[in-house]
Design a protein around this ligand. Structure first.
Ligand code: HEM
Length: 128
């Protein structure tokens, strides 16, 4: 019995490892990118209006949406760079949410600039 349990756990581990990696899905990426575009505008509007909740919600929407692209194969180029850029994007978005909640508007503006810079790198490398 113990032996079978071990084998079942191993199979589950292998399967979850496989499902964490998925083929490039353009329509999913485009959906996330539309969330990114709207959220970037909403984060800027929240910062301009010094509205901590609006700004933090917008930054958090970016962190949440882009987490779904970690582990997806890129359309071209390096998988490592793809995951690194989305990891950086998510970290900058989470920082933007924390800085907005703390009403540290200068830092929140810098976080917005970081997101744009990461977007620029991502588009230069992966968008045709
Ligand atoms: C907040 C940051 C970002 C914003 C606002 C943004 C925005 C956009 C927009 C508006 C599009 C066009 C979608 C359409 O065709 O209707 C797009 C496409 C795309 N973006 Fe981003 N992007 C961001 C970050 C990134 C990053 C970090 C990467 C890669 C590491 C990336 C990779 C791509 C790719 C591959 C496409 C083409 C999708 C396809 O047509 O299959 N983007 N992005």
């Amino acid at each position: 019995m113990k032996k079978y349990l071990g084998a079942a756990c191993f199979a589950l581990l292998v399967l979850s490892g496989v499902s964490a990696q998925s083929a490039y899905d353009s329509s999913k990426v485009v959906d996330v990118m539309h969330v990114n575009g709207g959220s970037l505008r909403a984060a800027k509007a929240g910062i301009d209006a010094t509205d901590p909740k609006a700004a933090a919600d917008a930054f958090n929407a970016i962190a949440k949406a882009d987490a779904s692209l970690l582990g997806m194969d890129p359309p071209k180029g390096s998988k490592e760079d793809w995951n690194k850029l989305f990891g950086d994007l998510i970290a900058a978005a989470k920082k933007g949410a924390a800085d907005s909640t703390a009403k540290d508007w200068e830092s929140a503006k810098a976080d917005l600039a970081s997101l744009r810079a990461i977007m620029g790198k991502g588009h230069a490398e992966f968008r045709s």
